[in-house]
Design a protein around this ligand. Sequence first.
Ligand SMILES: [Zn+2]
Length: 244
Amino acid sequence: MKALIAILLLAAMAALGIPLFRFNRKRRHIARCVAASAPGQLEGIYACIDTFCASSPGGYVLARGNAETDEARCLVPVPEDFSGFPWSGKVIEVTSHKEVEFHFVDARVSAPTLLGRAYRIVPVPRHKGRNIFSPRRLIQNIPALRPALSAVCPAYPEDLLSYLLCAGSASFEFDPINQARIGLAPAWIQSPEKPRCDQCGKPMRLILQLPGTVIHEKLFHNGTFYLFGCPEHPRQTRSVGQCS
Ligand SMILES: [Zn+2]
């Protein structure tokens, strides 16, 4: 009887363990491909998306790069050509001493820097429908994308795109709460809590969404943080944080 229980336990452990082992192996493989890629290769992937979204993107995501930077601050520049967005051209500093705070600062930066890493601002197409971020859909719509992805990671091009566009997660599984977003709609961990403007009472618009993992080495990793502002009164801003 004891032997039977031991065999059943071993079988259960194997059933759980093998998929997890495969998942981690695939995750490490994709991360290694990104780390080993030449800067021009990632840029080639992002340039395909740039071309596709050339006319009036709906917003942007911060995509992974493989370059480090000397900039110690967490700085996110809002693209200057983001039309109809009152905060375009501004630079947002994110601080995380006791809590996560957003400040507009006078700084000149060419790319977002978070925890010593540089990111690439990638436009998101202005589409109706819910799957605008779906890596599969992007690959279907942009013929040049699959070869550019395969050049970096021949085994898993689609999962690579998920990994690149979800800066906040070490996984290749696509989850919107792990995206760093400029503009666009917020992806909520809990129920939506869109703030309203103190001055006019209208719902505010998302300026920036950042997963906790890109803000601090250790803290806030179970949270996602949002900065909102009123399009009619751009000085009116409010930050929101949600935890899982
Ligand atoms: Zn207002």
